[in-house]
Write a protein that binds this ligand. Structure first.
Ligand code: OOG
Ligand code: MG
Length: 256
């Protein structure tokens, strides 16, 4: 299989709402660099069909996520405008394969960040606003079974995301202490603080800038960055409600 064929296969699964085996079942020596080329090709195809690049998402930045998915390394992937889910709009169950919801700290950037050498402090200085968020992930692999190169190629299981009602500046706001409680139909299913994300969400933003630097790109002013799930994701089921209550960023609710 070529990079182009793999990208088309993954996008076709997304469009046809079907999952399948991970690429590495057949392509056992798929390496990370090639996997990122597949991811970039899926972005090229998304842009060619009219979507707009609006930012990046980090994946597997918390130990909870890494342990659950059995992949020990963080990764970066692309966000387009087609992934934005406005507040109050139901999760589009008709176009998702097996959606799961995870709470995330989301930021917008006021300045470009170009790696290598970006530190958490520099990254924090480039943040314009911080929001609460819920990401709806959806893997193109059956049962979310994948290796690191597989999930890189699959744009880190991107699906949709919602941002919360409160926009805060970083001044006097310790993101590592921001707490979140995740509830399904009113029952708490998990809690975490921002420290779960690489020790501090700004470390995740720096990681994305440095990772993009290696790929010859940079984080851009105006972009959105999803810093990664703070805890294990929960399945989004029809007629159920998932809500994430943050200590100072408000509450985000999504319904299946
Ligand atoms: C990979 C996507 C991970 C996150 O925030 O960790 C991700 C997956 O869990 O399927 O979006
Ligand atoms: Mg995520």
């Amino acid at each position: 299989m070529t990079v182009e064929e793999a990208a088309r296969l993954l996008l076709a699964r997304e469009d046809e709402k079907t999952d399948g085996p991970p690429l590495t079942d057949e392509w056992s020596d798929l390496d990370l660099e090639t996997a990122y080329r597949i991811q970039d090709e899926t972005l090229r195809l998304r842009l060619a069909r009219g979507e707009t690049l609006i930012g990046v998402k980090l994946g597997l930045t918390s130990r909870a996520k890494q342990q659950r998915m059995n992949v020990a390394s963080p990764l970066t992937a692309w966000l387009t405008d087609a992934m934005v889910l406005p507040a109050g709009v139901p999760v589009p169950m008709d176009r998702l394969i097996h959606p799961r919801a995870e709470p995330e700290i989301v930021v917008t950037l006021g300045r470009d960040l170009e790696g290598p050498g970006v530190t958490a402090a520099t990254a924090l200085g480039a943040v314009e606003h911080v929001f609460a968020g819920i990401e709806i992930i959806d893997s193109r692999y059956a049962d979310f079974r994948f290796t690191l190169p597989d999930v890189v190629a699959d744009n880190a299981s991107s699906g949709a995301f919602v941002t919360g009602p409160v926009a805060r500046g970083v001044e006097g706001f310790d993101l590592s202490l921001e707490a979140c409680s995740l509830e399904v139909d009113g029952t708490v299913v998990g809690t975490a603080t921002g420290a779960a994300v690489q020790g501090h969400p700004a470390e995740a933003i720096a990681l994305a800038a440095n990772d993009l630097g290696r790929r010859g790109r940079r984080l851009r002013a105006g972009w959105i960055v999803l810093t990664g799930g703070m805890m294990d994701a929960v399945a989004v089921v029809k007629d159920s409600t998932v809500s994430a209550s943050f200590s100072s960023l408000g509450r985000v609710v999504v319904g299946g």
